[in-house]
Design a protein around this ligand. Structure first.
Ligand code: PMP
Length: 397
């Protein structure tokens, strides 16, 4: 059957390709250490599940308003005000089918054919594809390892043209594991003043920050930043709710309304009883403690993983300040031949280590950074230790 050019041009997610091969090996009984996961290894807290079960039993099984029930949008607006210093009315909030859907819909609502979108490297794999699906052009900006891969005001200034419609910011970063400081974000906001650039601020990892890292929402920096920003967030990472498929966006009323119109024809509302679980997650006073427990465990693992990686010959890895990923530079091993497999880049590296040492990690190339690989620490410390022992031994050959 005929396939549209649009669909034919979309590659399947490279992160999923490694996971699929790792699964195949596991199914054959191979003991794979899996650093590929992009989701917390904790279960959704019980009080959230119970709220959704209660809603199901109460017959909350029908369509809702397409942008989500007003009680949930009110809870999100209250959360954004209390925790992020952002004032949005419930009408300025839309609930989507996961943060990924929020990103897709935001691109569709804002971008036109030929618009340019500034995308600093490394970027989450979904951004370039959703930009292209909206007919726009990703303008990839190379960043510097010495600046923890964060875009500088000078690099941003240089990338802005008359066609620039959007800047995508993701802090804390997937895959980089870095977090912009409030000062760095202020400097970026300053560069944007007087321009037409919309900021898409993906804040889905906001609660997973480590050490003395401070999180600040881009839109809270100034009136100018507020007016040009679409704030994106979701329940997946903070509350271990990846399978619930709930994300949200908040921003200027006309953009949120446009997203609502698109949603009304695409998916209608997010799953009804799941929305009640989300209200519990965002409103329950006990939620903070549950999230803190997960955060603290991630911090312990991230510290351990980055220290161990740095101790391995030829690997450089900054300690993560956010999210649950280490993103080491492994390029000093490129050009080597390990057990008959030539390592010429991150794809070869990931393939070879999976086949030869049964460690699943994600190549950096699809994130725009071929010198690096991504290791998730959303797995137990025991698994991390075991996987890094294997990595060390494999590279020492
Ligand atoms: N943004 C970033 C940066 C992510 O890493 C992810 C998940 N991998 C998402 C958004 C979307 O998550 P979800 O669709 O599960 O809400």
């Amino acid at each position: 059957m005929k396939i549209s050019k649009r669909a034919a041009d979309v590659p399947s997610s490279a992160t999923l390709a490694v996971t699929a091969r790792a699964k195949e090996l596991k199914a054959k009984g191979v003991d794979v250490v899996d650093f590929g996961a992009g989701e917390p290894d904790f279960d959704t807290p019980d009080f959230i599940k119970e709220a959704a079960i209660k809603a199901l039993k109460a017959g909350k099984t029908k369509y809702t308003a397409e942008s989500g029930i007003v009680e949930l949008r009110t809870a999100i607006a209250a959360k954004l005000e209390k925790e992020n210093g952002l004032k949005y009315t419930p009408e300025q909030v839309i609930v989507n089918i996961g943060g990924k859907h929020s990103v897709y819909e935001a691109m569709q609502a804002v971008l036109d054919g030929g618009d340019e979108v500034i995308l600093p490297v490394p970027y989450w794999v979904t951004y370039p594809e959703t930009i292209k699906l909206a007919g726009a052009v990703p303008i990839i900006v190379q960043t510097d390892k010495k600046n923890s891969y964060k875009i500088t005001p000078a690099q941003l200034k240089k990338a802005i043209t008359k066609k620039t419609a959007m800047l995508v910011l993701n802090s804390p970063s997937n895959p980089g594991g870095f977090t912009y400081t409030p000062e760095e974000l202020k400097a970026i906001a300053k560069v944007l003043e007087g321009t037409q650039v919309v900021v898409l601020s993906d804040e889905i990892y906001e609660k997973l920050i480590y050490g003395d890292t401070k999180f600040v929402s881009f839109a809270s920096l100034s009136k100018d930043a507020y007016d040009r920003t679409l704030t994106l967030n979701g329940l997946s990472k903070t509350f271990s709710m990846t399978g619930w498929r709930l994300g949200y966006a908040a921003g200027p009323l006309e953009v949120i309304k446009a997203m609502g119109r698109l949603q009304s024809h695409m998916t209608s509302n997010p799953v009804t009883f799941a929305q009640y679980g989300a209200i519990a997650a965002l409103s329950d006073t006990a939620a903070g403690q549950t999230v803190e427990k997960m955060r603290a465990e991630f911090e312990r693992r991230g510290k351990y993983m980055s220290q161990r990686l740095n101790d391995i010959y030829g690997i450089e890895c900054p300690e993560p300040t956010g999210a649950f990923y280490c993103f080491p530079d492994v390029s000093s091993h490129y050009g080597r031949n390990i057990n008959g497999m030539k390592i010429n880049g991150s794809m070869d590296f990931a393939k070879a280590i999976l086949e030869q040492a049964n460690v699943a990690l994600v190549p950096g190339l699809p994130f725009g950074c071929d010198n690096n690989v991504r290791l998730s620490f959303a797995c137990s410390l025991e698994q991390i230790a075991k996987g890094l022992d294997r990595l060390e031994k494999w590279l020492a050959q």
